[in-house]
Design a protein around this ligand. Structure first.
Ligand SMILES: NC(=O)c1ccc[n+]([C@@H]2O[C@H](COP(=O)([O-])OP(=O)(O)OC[C@H]3O[C@@H](n4cnc5c(N)ncnc54)[C@H](O)[C@@H]3O)[C@@H](O)[C@H]2O)c1
Ligand SMILES: O=P(O)(O)OC[C@H](O)CO
Length: 340
């Protein structure tokens, strides 16, 4: 299969390395970045030092830069197009892929920021696709996966979610291999809600751990976070069992506890007294929870869904709640039934 990965950040590069680097890989893999200088350096160094330092690009991995449109020769015969940009760039990429006949999958996890102020709320990837490129066969590749571990070939399980069987099958054919298991799921709503909300919850557990509040508190945040993620997902039409899977519980546990997480790191840095801007600037990578948190809460409120942890994260990010008051605020709420 001819696989094209658009966006050479940490995750796009890691997946491209994985697909191109398998011994006797049946795939031809092209990694595209908009930054021509970055691609020139990657060609010279055979490494993506800015986003994935210390990992060699396999000899067979091809690199491309410049305009991204369907006329480009490296895109014309693609069997699968993977969009590896942050959520903020997904709409623009899908607009440029209108007319593409190959399956398309994005890797980003989050809600797009609202587009016209107070009147709209941010969208998940499949909702953007339905508006700008309804004829594309598309889906998402998600699940618990730190880019560095995938690039190193450490064992990982992902989930390919789409309403189109052809997209799920293409993702499995492209990436399932000795170190990656790719499961298929037709509940794209559930998979996308899990991927978006876990980033917000990881900010909360990063804060909790940064303040040394203990393992009990972290377990409580993860468990009650899973409950609120599930409530939002059900209200948006997802299936409950998806939240017990890779993109729900799996990615929540990884991101909320793993020190490779950028979202968790934001919480830890806020606990140390850094401002949000300082925390975001120090990462050098996108932390989608920072941009999705408000939308998670807005959409939950519109649907009448209670999401107290996400609300506390928004208050923290907005500066309305001081770091050392977040967990006390959550603990101070009235008792309730666990099932609610
Ligand atoms: N890093 C991970 O471990 C990981 C794992 C799973 C999912 N994700 C998700 O994948 C997405 C990308 O994450 P990442 O870690 O690769 O981010 P990153 O910050 O490492 O890199 C983002 C890349 O996107 C490029 N980009 C930004 N806007 C663009 C545009 N308009 N056009 C083209 N390229 C653009 C940047 O130049 C950069 O190369 C995020 O939504 C993230 O949540 C990341
Ligand atoms: O580093 P984070 O917090 O963006 O998380 C990366 C992946 O989404 C983990 O699955």
């Amino acid at each position: 299969m001819n696989i094209v990965v658009l966006g050479a950040g940490a995750w796009g590069t890691a997946l491209a390395i994985n697909a191109a680097g398998q011994s006797q890989s049946p795939h031809r893999v092209t990694l595209w970045a908009r930054d021509e200088q970055q691609v020139a350096r990657m060609r010279a160094e055979r490494e993506n030092r800015r986003y994935l330092p210390g990992i060699a690009l396999p000899p067979g991995l091809e690199l491309a830069s410049g305009e991204m449109d369907l006329q480009q020769p490296w895109l014309a015969d693609a069997g699968l197009v993977v969009v590896g940009t942050p959520m903020a760039a997904l709409r623009g990429m899908l607009e440029r892929l209108v007319g593409c006949t190959a399956p398309v999958a994005w890797l980003c996890k989050g809600f797009e920021a609202p587009r016209d102020g107070e009147t709209s709320t941010g969208l998940l990837g499949h909702e953007i696709r339905a508006r700008v490129a309804p004829d594309l066969s598309a889906g998402v590749l998600s699940g618990p996966s730190f880019a560095l571990e995938v690039a190193r070939g450490q064992p990982t399980a992902l989930v390919a979610a789409s309403e189109h069987a052809g997209v799920r099958d293409a993702l499995v054919s492209a990436f399932h291999g000795p170190t990656l298991r790719v499961y298929a799921n037709d509940d794209i709503v559930g998979v996308e809600v899990g991927g978006a909300v876990k980033n917000v919850l990881a900010i909360a557990t990063g804060l909790c751990d940064g303040l040394d509040l203990g393992l009990n508190a972290r377990a409580a945040l993860i468990t009650r976070g899973l409950a609120e993620m599930t409530r939002l997902g059900l209200a948006l039409g997802a299936r409950a069992e998806t939240f017990m899977g890779l993109s729900g519980l799996g990615d929540l546990v990884l991101t909320a506890t793993g020190d490779l997480s950028r979202n968790r790191k934001v919480g830890q840095l806020l606990a140390r007294g850094l401002s949000l801007q300082q925390a975001v600037d120090s990462l050098g990578h996108v932390a989608e929870g920072v941009y999705s948190a408000r939308t998670v809460v807005q959409r939950a409120q519109k649907l009448g869904v209670d999401m107290p942890i996400s609300e506390a994260v928004v208050a923290l990010l907005d500066g309305r709640l001081q770091p050392n008051h977040v967990v006390a605020t959550l603990m101070g709420r009235n008792p309730k039934l666990e099932a609610m």
